[in-house]
Design a protein around this ligand. Structure first.
Ligand SMILES: CC(C)(COP(=O)(O)OP(=O)(O)OC[C@H]1O[C@@H](n2cnc3c(N)ncnc32)[C@H](O)[C@@H]1OP(=O)(O)O)[C@@H](O)C(=O)NCCC(=O)NCCS
Length: 279
């Protein structure tokens, strides 16, 4: 008799597998996972020589679950209290938006295109526009009126500021195919051009100059225009020395600054490739 691992691998490799058998197998797999009987990685060997070993078939099992799954409404048990002018939006299967249960909220007045994925907890505020194929990961915020393009990945805990509080003239705009890494903060009308990549932890505001190591330029917001991240730029959090005239105390401090380290290439694309089956 095949083991669960063999069954999962077989089912994943056959696109025409019997869906009922696949579902029964997946549910058994999921139960085992829930009960801690199987693990995605485990420490194997004697205490001194023990090594973490990955069980790739466990990830395959999870992917199988995504492949088998169909959209269905999932009513959440929580109740909320808020201004009656901005109730939470209600979705149905026809909206083709996946809102995974768990403390997420999307206000009426926010547009969320079909095929967007919202991982809990996340919040999309009024006036925001989130275009097709975009993934809003856990703990991400799409602030009021923020404009998020197609196939953008807003990674875990990425914060996109809104324009309501404080009142800033222009909303943050993130164009198509941008990757916003985990824990990024994009505020005050910053414009991120298409296919740019913001490395984890990058913070962009009207006051952060952006140093471009490739083109030898420094981009800044002006009175009339926000900070703009060029198309395809790969930006990571960096630091720069504090200018001497800012203090004679010899502290040798440095200030945080975002830096364009390169322009997107195949290596970047490989590093940020998304798992299609999760979609
Ligand atoms: C930006 C990122 C995509 C790397 O892109 P890449 O094209 O593979 O970059 P490379 O590895 O070619 O690095 C280019 C340079 O930038 C540096 N660099 C890369 N990522 C960096 C980071 N996050 N912080 C500081 N420096 C970084 C590299 O050291 C290298 O400099 P060096 O040549 O002087 O060593 C990656 O760092 C990142 O932040 N990914 C997002 C992770 C994430 O948040 N995932 C979300 C999951 S929910």
């Amino acid at each position: 008799m095949s083991t669960l691992a063999e069954l999962i691998s077989e089912l994943l490799s056959q696109s025409g597998a019997d869906p009922d058998l696949a579902r029964v197998t997946f549910l058994e797999f999921r139960d085992h996972l829930t009960q801690g009987k199987i693990r995605a990685a485990e420490k194997i060997g004697d205490k001194k020589d023990a090594r973490w070993t990955v069980n790739p078939w466990v990830k395959q099992g999870i992917l199988l679950g995504f492949r088998l799954g169909v959209l269905q409404e999932m009513p959440a048990g929580l109740s909320f209290v808020d201004k009656d002018t901005f109730p939470a939006r209600q979705f149905t299967v026809a909206d083709k938006v996946r809102v995974v249960p768990g403390g997420s909220s999307i206000r009426e007045g926010a547009y969320v295109a079909p095929s967007v994925i919202c991982m809990p907890p996340m919040f999309i505020n009024v006036g925001a526009y989130v275009d097709e194929g975009t993934m809003i990961d856990s703990h991400a915020l799409v602030g009021s009126c923020a404009q998020i393009g197609k196939r953008v990945h807003l990674s875990a805990a990425a914060q996109v500021g809104g324009v309501l509080e404080p009142i800033n003239a222009a909303p943050v705009i993130i164009e198509d195919d941008v990757l916003v890494g985990g824990n990024c903060g994009i505020y005050e009308g910053t414009l991120v051009r298409s296919r740019a990549v913001l490395g984890a932890g990058t913070i962009l505001t009207r006051s952060t100059p952006l140093y471009d190591l490739v083109r030898g330029e420094v981009y800044r917001a002006t009175a009339d225009a926000p900070l703009e991240v060029p198309e395809n730029a790969v930006v990571v959090p960096g630091s720069r020395a504090v200018k001497k005239e800012k203090g004679p105390w010899g502290w040798n401090l440095s200030l945080y600054t975002p830096v364009v380290v390169k322009y997107r290439d195949e290596k970047t694309d490989r590093g940020i490739e998304l798992e299609d089956w999760l979609r």
